[in-house]
Design a protein around this ligand. Structure first.
Ligand code: ZN
Length: 327
């Protein structure tokens, strides 16, 4: 693999605080010798762990950018033991377009790992994280939400891993984040994920889904800010103990947790996020909108649990994720 074309405009090593960009050359119609300028901040104070914090891995998810821009503005080297590397808007072209994937290459950052230094812009960003930023980190937090098409109860997540020692460290970080819900995730499609890239490197990794619908609320933003501070305290980078409140443990590894739409039309939810569901209860109806007077398609819970995620827009298509039941 050739060297990455991405260059950091700031030193990521020496003590102090610096704000700059990851500069990715991008020649296009509007700028012949242009570059994509991805904001980055680094705060270094003393010797300790390195935390790598990112948001907008998907461009239409906002709690990460809000919390991390706030952190970059307020964190001081005197507060830090170790290093905090902040990339608030990881897929910056997608973020600027307010879309999940990049408008330049349609790249989904969380399916682009390990990336390619000689690939598309999305693949080049993934490669820079894979070969430059991840190796610097001890603990990695990637803040997601549902984006424009999904909505979730606010949860922090860790994955079921083969290495149970590493899994325990990831779970401890998830519990330190202390979102209202804590999810053990079994991914339905883990190839190419940033999560897997970090975990395969042996890093302590945690992610979140803090809401959705293509915006952020006051409460989801507050959960993100408190969670970031808690994770930094957990890593010993910030002083003090994480603020821990109640959290509800969820798991999606059982069959029936993910419900996919097999029809298209108008979505009528019968259960809201956070409500408990008994096996056999109707979660949602999908109405045929091409004609009136027809019977809707019913979606029933195959398992008892709690509605942890749902399709967000009013219209739903064949193959869309309709609901996620957490057990
Ligand atoms: Zn996402």
């Amino acid at each position: 693999m050739p060297a990455s074309p991405i260059v950091s405009t700031i030193d990521l090593e020496s003590p102090g605080i610096r704000h700059g960009h990851l500069k990715l050359p991008h020649s296009h119609d509007g700028s012949a010798w242009g570059a994509i300028m991805i904001p980055v901040s680094v705060i270094v104070g003393g010797t300790g762990q390195t935390a790598l914090l990112s948001g907008a891995n998907h461009g239409d998810e906002y709690e990460g950018p809000v919390a991390l821009l706030d952190l970059a503005r307020t964190l001081k080297p005197a507060h830090v033991t170790g290093r905090v590397i902040i990339v608030p808007m990881m897929n910056f072209p997608a973020f600027m377009a307010a879309t999940r994937t990049s408008p330049i290459d349609k790249g989904n950052m969380n399916r682009a790992f390990p990336g390619r230094a000689d690939g598309t812009p999305t693949e080049k960003i993934a490669d820079y994280f894979q070969r430059t930023l991840l190796p610097m980190a001890n603990i990695v937090l990637d803040i997601h939400a549902g984006g424009k098409t999904l909505d979730f109860v606010p949860f922090a997540a860790a994955h079921v891993l083969d290495d149970k020692n590493q899994q325990a460290k990831c779970v401890a970080a998830m519990q330190a984040f202390n979102a209202p819900y804590s999810m053990m995730l079994t991914e339905i499609d883990s190839v190419g994920m940033y999560d897997s890239a970090a975990e395969d490197m042996g890093k302590v990794f945690l992610s979140t889904e803090l809401g959705g619908g293509g915006s952020a609320t006051a409460s989801s933003t507050a959960i993100a800010k408190r969670g970031v501070a808690n994770v930094l305290k957990h890593a010993g980078i910030l002083k003090g103990k994480p603020e821990i409140g109640p959290t509800i443990a969820l798991d999606t590894s059982s069959e029936g947790c993910f419900i996919t739409s097999i029809s298209e039309g108008l979505l009528e939810m019968r259960v809201d996020l956070g409500e408990t569901i008994e096996k056999g209860a109707t979660i949602a109806l999908v109405h045929d909108v091409k004609r009136s007077g027809g019977e809707p398609v019913l979606y029933k819970a195959g398992i008892s649990g709690l509605l942890a995620g749902r399709h967000f827009p009013g219209l739903i298509g064949m193959g869309d994720c309709l609901a996620v039941i957490g057990v």
